[in-house]
Design a protein around this ligand. Structure first.
Ligand SMILES: [Zn+2]
Length: 182
């Protein structure tokens, strides 16, 4: 891996003591925090960065040594955010991308945003009122409440604990997932 591509990697920065995700930062900034003794490496990428003076193993996750008090950013609701939070899994039947339903493999296009309290009944676009649903369940529920439609929620939709920035990292490395509680 060339120096340039190593520098294009991103590093998940955790807060001190709580290990809550704070931000996604550049390799350069992560290395600077490690050199300055302000952070410790938590997970490594197995890739190396050669500088004039030394060779660094590039971290994938680092944590600050001390806790910084950052006001929790409000997670902005978005369709994409809901899909990432729910991992493209139907809240009613549990079908997900890749599930085979009636001989057909489901893709992202088979999923939609379901309003738990339908919009026609005043339901809003909020984290707790929306969830991912397959088109079939969404259609079956229609403009009714799920209990009226004889359906049940497999989990309770929640506002993510971490900022949207981190949730959007659904595309980030697998190793980050254990640090991203949503
Ligand atoms: Zn479903």
């Amino acid at each position: 891996m060339s120096r340039v591509s190593v520098l294009q990697l991103r590093v998940l920065l955790l807060n001190g003591s709580t290990w809550e995700p704070l931000a996604v930062i550049t390799v350069q900034r992560a290395v600077n925090l490690l050199i300055a003794g302000k952070a410790i490496a938590v997970e490594m990428t197995g890739k190396y960065l050669n500088t004039v003076r030394r060779k660094f193993e590039v971290p994938s996750v680092i944590a600050l040594k001390s806790y910084v008090n950052v006001p929790r950013r409000k997670s902005h609701w978005s369709r994409k955010g809901i899909m990432v939070r729910d991992g493209y899994t139907c809240i009613y039947c549990g079908a997900k991308v890749g599930s085979k339903v009636r001989g057909r493999v489901l893709t992202k296009h088979d999923f939609t945003i379901d309003h738990i309290i339908p919009r026609s009944k005043g339901g809003k676009d909020t984290w707790s009122n929306t969830a991912c649903a397959c088109a079939r369940c969404n259609h079956r529920k229609g403009n009714r409440l799920h209990n009226v439609a004889g359906m049940r929620l497999l989990w309770e939709p929640k506002t993510p604990r971490t900022s949207y920035l981190v949730i959007a990292m659904g595309s980030g490395p697998e190793i980050w997932k254990r640090y991203v509680e949503i």
